[in-house]
Design a protein around this ligand. Structure first.
Ligand SMILES: [Zn+2]
Length: 97
């Protein structure tokens, strides 16, 4: 027996509603982990370090919180990714660090 109401609703895939899919592990994620490497400078004396001051950030990376792999090394690509805008293959870091 046929049912009434023939309009078939086609839902969007979950990942497009709830978050972004990690290009490396496929997990659906709603944020990225952030990691930065800074160069800190100071002096090393016989009694230890002195005057160590944190300096500028040398490198920074955005990582998938699920697989821990580096996805981006520039904030523009990371922002685009989280906002669901198209990103280029070149924007994704090919290597893990
Ligand atoms: Zn991942």
């Amino acid at each position: 027996m046929c049912q009434d109401g023939g309009v078939e609703a086609r839902g969007m895939p979950d990942e497009e509603v709830n978050g972004r899919r990690c290009p490396k592990c496929g997990a659906v994620i709603d944020h990225l982990d952030y990691w930065e490497r800074a160069i800190n400078t100071g002096e090393y004396w016989p009694d230890g370090f002195r005057d160590v001051t944190p300096s500028h950030v040398d490198e920074y990376y955005f990582l998938c919180p699920e697989c821990g792999k580096v996805l981006f090394d520039n904030i523009e690509a990371a922002e685009k990714f989280l906002k669901g805008q198209p990103i280029k293959e070149d924007d994704i870091c090919p290597e893990d660090y």
